[in-house]
Design a protein around this ligand. Structure first.
Ligand code: NI
Length: 176
């Protein structure tokens, strides 16, 4: 088990389209996933995608119990998703002040589809499929973007609703 350094915005490795995982249930895949959870927890994150630690694979983890980063957020089940896909099920959207471990200390307001179905495979190659709403969908879509080299800063509703968390909190912006 090991905590890995998390790449930060500006590193070109965050901008690659990641490759599908081709072998499941291997020792190296188990180790990678353990390391990703350890890295995510050490950074108080809600999710982490393999490209954020420089591993160019279509693999994400997420899960929220209570995190200091999102004190009001609803719980999201602890999940490993490999080679994921999704479809949008309705026009419903939800906006929130997103953060990202690759953009430390900052938040930006992003609106995304909130009613989706996603699928993927677990570490053993077993298929997972879920219909989700709200925060759960947002977490998935944020992590999915990392697999295509997209960061939330590419999706800001308004570039003026982006900044350092402390300044945004002090100004009251995060409550709107
Ligand atoms: Ni992120």
């Amino acid at each position: 088990m090991a905590v890995h350094p998390i790449l930060r915005i500006g590193d070109p490795r965050l901008r690659r389209v990641a490759e599908p995982v081709t072998e499941f249930a291997t020792d190296s895949l188990h180790t990678l996933i353990s390391d990703m959870f350890e890295t995510m927890h050490a950074a108080d994150g809600a999710g982490l995608a393999a490209p954020q630690i420089g591993i160019n694979l279509r693999l994400m983890i997420f899960g929220v119990e209570a995190t200091p980063r999102y004190p009001d957020a609803e719980a999201v089940p602890k999940t490993v998703l490999i080679n994921p896909g999704y479809e949008v099920l309705s026009d419903a959207t939800a906006g929130m002040w997103e953060g990202c471990l690759s953009v430390p200390g900052m938040r930006g307001y992003v609106t995304r589809s909130s009613h989706i179905r996603y699928w993927g495979f677990d570490v053993n190659g077993e298929r997972i499929e879920r219909e989700t709403n709200g925060y759960h969908s947002i977490v998935f879509l944020h992590e999915y973007d990392h697999l295509d080299g997209i960061l939330y800063t590419d999706r800001l509703d308004d570039s003026r609703r982006f900044g350092f968390t402390e300044e945004l909190a002090m100004s009251g912006a995060l409550e709107t």
